[in-house]
Design a protein around this ligand. Sequence first.
Ligand SMILES: [Zn+2]
Length: 180
Amino acid sequence: MKAQWVFDGGRPCLDLVNTLRDRHRGGRELLTSPSALVEWLVLAGLLPRPVPASPELLDAAIKLREAVDRVSRGEGRPADVRLLNRHARKAPVPQLRIDADGVAHRRLDAPDPVEGALGALAVDAIDLATSEADVRICAYDDCGLRFADTSPKRNRQWCSMSRCGNRAKARAHYARTRGR
Ligand SMILES: [Zn+2]
C-alpha cells in the first residue's frame, strides 16, 4: 500500500507528527520501516536521496516525533526537551568550501545524513515552540492532523481545505438540506 503521506502541517516537524495518522482513534503508523522513514525524509526535502537507515534510527525518529507532538501542544516533559536538544546538536551545519577557482560553496555537513535530518526536524520544532504560530488540531472530528496556524486572524480550522474543509462543508450542507 502506498503510504498516505500528507505535508499540510506548514512545518516539517508537524508533518513528522502527522506520520501517525488517526491519532483520535489510537493512531495509524505510517513510519512502518526504516525505508518508509527514508522515503518520507526525501519527500520532506530533508534528504537529497535515499540512503540506508537502521531500525535504531527509525526508533529514534518515532521517539522524536512523539516528543515534538507533546512539546508543540505545550505538554512537553523535561525528557522531551532533552531529547529535542540532543537531536538539534546533530543538525547539519553550514561549512564553507573554496574550490580551486576561488569560488565559494556552502555545504551542509552532518555526521550521518539521517541523523542530520532528524536534527533539522528538532531544530524546526524548537523554532516552532518559540515562534508566534499556534499549533492546532484539525477541527474535522476524526482527522487529528496537526498544523501551524499562521493565518492573520489565527482562525484556520482545517488541516487542508481540499481534504477536511470540503468534507466539513459537504456535511454541513447535507445536515441543512435534511433538516428542511
Ligand atoms: Zn483534517
